[in-house]
Design a protein. Sequence first.
Length: 753
Amino acid sequence: MTKKTLYVSTSIAYVNGAPHVGFAMESIEADVIARWGRYNGRETFFLTGTDEHGEKIQRTAEANNTTPQALCDENSQKFKALGDALNISNDDFIRTSDQNKHWPSVHKLWNKLIKNGDLEKKTYTAKYCYGCEAFMLEKDLDEEGNCPNHKRPPEEISEENYFFNLSKYSEKIAILLESNELQIIPEFRKNEILTMAKEGFHDISFSRPSKKLPWGLSIPNDPTQNMYVWCDALTNYISALDYSESNTKNKTNKFNKFWGNTENGIDTNDREVIHVIGKDILRFHAGIWIGMLLSAGEKLPNKIFVHGFLTSEGHKMSKSLGNVVDPFGEIEKYGTDALRYFLLREVPIGKDADFSRSRFEEIYQAHLANGLGNLVSRVYNLCKTSEVFSPSENLSLDVSKFLDQQNKNLENHMKNYVLHDAIAEIFKAVDFCDLAINNLKPWELIKTNPKKVKEFLSNILHIVLWISETLTVFLPETSEKMKNIFGQNNTFGELHMLFPRLEKLNLPKNNENNTNSNILNTPIIKNINFEISDACKKIGVYAEFIQLENIAVKKTPRGMQKFLKQEVKTWIEKGGSHNPKWKIRIKAQDAIKINLGFNPENFVCAPQMLAHLAEKNGKLPNINNIVDLYNIISLKHGLSAGAHDTAFLEKNVSIDITKGEKTEIFTPMIGKEYLSVENIPIKKDEYAFFTNEAKTKIGCRFDAAQCDESKITEGNKNIFIYFQSVNTSEETRQWAKNAMTEFLDLVKKYDLI
């Protein structure tokens, strides 16, 4: 019997560095499990987050001349951004430095362990690996006496700490594992931890002296000690559920609802809890975490899903070894769903896999560009030619049997968490359709038997729609694109290339003189050097830019108009200009004008203008496809965007402070129509985008008004576009990067290159 609620969690990522592709893989796997739960109608809660305490973070912060909190804030935002870039559907993001959300639950659990007599303060001498931030036994080291993860010998230290009586629970944990009451997935991962439990766990250090570990969570009633990683980090799984407030029978409390409160008599049998973790931390989760929960008398997780390592040159990818693969770079080049597909399809459950660029591109080309992408294009064109716009309601016997079997296979694989086989079942339908089309040759048969062709294509369309529906779980962006392409109510939308072939993705090297250059795809007719002056950087100006060559600027097509209107509707439903996050971005940009001594109310920025139109009319005006795309990004992200015809730009352009001289020329787009002037005077100490090296021609004044001369119109082919944010932190700089990424995704979606 399927349990009613589902709670899925990843491990929490350590924030002493930026995310790598290994954590991306874990996030995607957990996301698929959570999406499958929702797909089947289960009430699901999905958690991820960051682990933000420890000596390593303290040392990293000191080495970078910053504070631990500032380092955590910056890097935690990177993990959040990765989740957004990967289309991860988490319901919450927990941070262990959150004193309001996390700390009260940790203190509650700590006090329960104390009350049960399972925490004892004593002196301890042992080997300690700073990379793992863990005490290690001789059996944990390799033959050379090194930590197997960091290839360095641990240091021997002696100190007084609190110890958790884990040995007390060894036998109970072994019974739980053998009976599968605590299920380890895949099964072969269970043997190692079961052996450890049968041999007997050692008691574990649960604290460090606060003088040695100043960046940590305090221990109740003992200021000399701070919590070591175990009770702090592992408790995240229940602190995110408001465990500290779970002492009532209130079923709206998330802990009561998704975990189950045995103390208060709330039934736990219909609640399923799954932790998704890497094989290197299984012993901590199946040993220490289970011991803590047993001591506290709490419900245990049902399953621990264990993935292997992504390796590079045979070694585990890790920040300390310097061999990580940047997931943002992979997403930027190949797209979100390409990376999701590769990591789901190529990594067998529980086993290691090597991240190979050549293999990634081979899979991309064969399965995505020439496979699914090509099938969608074929079916779309064949159906339009034959005027088949709706799937068959009376499937042929072959198709009916095939889909019945695929549904059974898919359900069975997901039931057993064999994710790579599950997504492979969906792509078998791609092969089935391609083979059927090649055998029937509908482009020839339509001349003699159009009725049979229509029946055939309506069956094929049914399969394609099944593919789009099931991909909701695995490749949600692709699923949505397919649904838009094949439309509803017997109409098709516009055909867009799902996965451009590799030759269209290859990026030329960036101009070495460009600080933010992001030149895309086609040969560049004019290399633009873009610079933000030191004076502008000082007041907080930041921008991400790109050159697009051979763009098809034209009237906004109907399908795109429909998409844009829906985007506006969604933005309004999320609060529109009253959304606190959106308002924060506007205020951050206003601060630049304030730094220059101007009243920002006199210079309403572009996203504010767009917000007024969106909230008044329920949509934005349709100008042309490029302008409409960057306008919707500007609105959604609360950032100003500038776009210019490169024909009117010199080689060197910049954002700089104005001098207020008569030679500084600016003709706004509304000037000729409404002001009856050719140009307007520019005041001293404004900031502007200059389109020439002499800094006399202004393409954009502040971030509010764009010039008439270089505006983007139908027929333009070569454009220069930038998104502005503020240069106060990595988070604010990431705003512009995220906006640019989404803009480029839309450019690809609508085949504008």
